[in-house]
Design a binder for this molecule. Structure first.
Ligand code: DGP
Length: 114
């Protein structure tokens, strides 16, 4: 997708602090961190939002969650716990329409979210 900022990050057209990548997914630090650990995990393939998850990409989405679990361990937040957030659509607070999962950790979070 030409105008997608996360596709540009995947293609290394704009810089980011990449902490993990394989042939299917990429994880990089959020530019506006909300906690000591704030990483975005995305598929390299352009998928707009959770509304576009289906049987064709469910394995890829599952791979993202395995990646998140491994990153949480590597980043040392697995034992204390962490939060995985996906914002979908305008009411969900989604601002970048390339599906992404926020991995947040390093502090205690409250509930319910704002
Ligand atoms: P969301 O509101 O769920 O769509 O979150 C989008 C997140 O993406 C937000 O926390 C800020 C982050 N973000 C936006 N543009 C960039 C960028 O160019 N680089 C990085 N590293 N993060 C970005």
């Amino acid at each position: 997708m030409e105008d997608c900022i996360f596709c540009k990050i995947v293609n290394k057209e704009i810089p980011s602090e990449i902490i993990y990548e394989d042939d299917k997914v990429m994880a990089f630090k959020d530019v506006n961190p909300q906690s000591p650990v704030h990483v975005l995990v995305i598929p390299k393939e352009h998928i707009e939002s959770s509304n576009d998850i289906d049987d064709n990409n469910s394995q890829l989405i599952g791979h993202i969650f395995v990646t998140i679990k491994e990153l949480a361990k590597e980043l040392g937040i697995d034992e204390d716990g962490y939060r995985i957030v996906n914002n979908c659509g305008s009411f969900g607070g989604q601002t970048v329409y390339h599906i992404h999962f926020h991995l947040l950790g390093g502090r205690k979070f409250s509930w319910p979210p704002g």
